[in-house]
Design a protein around this ligand. Structure first.
Ligand code: DOR
Ligand code: ZN
Length: 349
């Protein structure tokens, strides 16, 4: 039995750190363990210009603890009106690493998202030409006749598959895979399409969320699915296949926003993320595949070098903290697995 593992430092290819007091409260958790992270642009208002992203990057860097080598990779929020020239300038200038597509209404702060896929054609064509990655929240949310549990599969069929045909050289990340349908699709569309997988989609199914009382802290988008979907995700993540890689989708919210008559989607897992992945891989007998998933496959999809630094994890129980304090009226954010025993811990990073 392996009790200790050293791997190249992981990257988080999908992360929400918010802004202001929340950013200052949560940034350190990711910076401690990860080399880089793709920073989601769904602020209010969203990050849609080079100037927005430069300013946001400065605020993110100001929240990174001193001495950390962590590097944020910024993204541009795609709208119906995004200008391809702005995207290209931001990419060539090293500000934008990728563009993020939210279908309008699909999740938290997606009100400015894409309403008409015809309108984004010039941007996609330009991204294909310059070799820039498109990150997709892959859910068909604008058609109320689509069941919430089918939104991902429907999006793949109606939107994603045609997009891969129309722009064969456009590299895509389908984010936070949640279903067997998504796993199968990514595998078939690789290497053009890669997929990130969260720790909570690997750990939980919809019965965990709804079967023993309603657990608003397990509510996220895409919504947790059946056990057979979780098993397909687990098999994919632990397979070592290069199209699957780490993206936590850690998404802190103030308590009042989660525990409301209409609560918002998102689960704050950064404080337990790499430890939870290690625990999941260990339980699956696949610790030898953790480095590929966490530290190698993502950079390869982005054509970036992996990190030189390493991280060491060790088997050993610790109790996850319940919450982090946030300055001001937001007060606190509840942590995924808070109060639970986590079976792996980081000993050096
Ligand atoms: O559950 C989610 N929360 N899914 C998303 O796609 C966005 C995120 C958020 O920003 O809170
Ligand atoms: Zn997200």
């Amino acid at each position: 039995m392996m009790d200790r593992i050293t791997i190249r430092k992981p990257d988080d290819w999908h992360l929400h750190v918010r802004d202001g007091a929340m950013l200052n409260a949560v940034m350190r958790y990711t910076a401690h363990h990860f080399g880089r992270a793709i920073i989601m642009p769904n602020l209010i208002p969203p990050v849609t210009t080079i100037a927005d992203a430069v300013a946001y990057r400065e605020r993110v860097m100001a929240a990174v603890p001193e001495g950390s080598d962590f590097r944020p990779l910024m993204t541009c929020y795609l709208t119906d009106r995004t200008d391809p020239d702005e995207i290209e300038r931001g990419f060539r200038g090293g500000v934008f690493t990728a563009v993020k597509l939210y279908p309008v209404g699909a999740t938290t702060n997606s009100a400015y998202g894409v309403t008409d896929f015809e309108k984004i054609r010039p941007v996609l064509a330009r991204m294909e030409k310059i070799g820039m990655r498109l990150l997709i929240h892959g859910e068909e949310a604008s058609d109320p006749s689509i069941d919430v549990f089918d939104r991902e599969a429907t999006f793949i069929e109606r939107r994603l598959h045609p997009m891969t045909r129309a722009y064969p050289a456009l590299r895509i990340v389908l984010e936070h895979l949640s279903s067997k349908a998504a796993v199968d699709y990514v595998r078939a569309a690789a290497p053009q399409v890669g997929g990130t997988i969260t720790p909570y989609h690997l750990m939980l199914n919809r019965t965990d969320m709804l079967g023993y009382g309603i657990r608003p802290y397990y509510y996220c988008m895409p919504i947790l699915k059946r056990e057979r979907d979780r098993l397909a995700l687990l098999q994919a993540a632990t397979s070592g296949e290069s199209c699957f890689f780490l993206g936590t989708d850690s998404a802190p919210h103030p308590v009042a926003a989660k525990l409301a008559m209409c609560g918002c989607a998102g689960l704050f897992n950064a404080p337990v993320a790499i430890e939870t992945y290690a625990e999941i891989f260990d339980r699956a007998g696949a610790l030898d595949k953790l480095e590929a998933f966490a530290s190698l496959n993502g950079p390869a999809h982005y054509a970036l070098p992996p990190n030189d630094a390493t991280i060491t994890l060790e088997r050993g129980d610790w109790t996850a903290p319940d919450e982090v304090a946030v300055d001001g009226p937001e007060e606190r954010a509840i942590i995924f697995r808070g109060g639970e025993t986590v079976a792996w811990r980081v000993v050096s990073a």
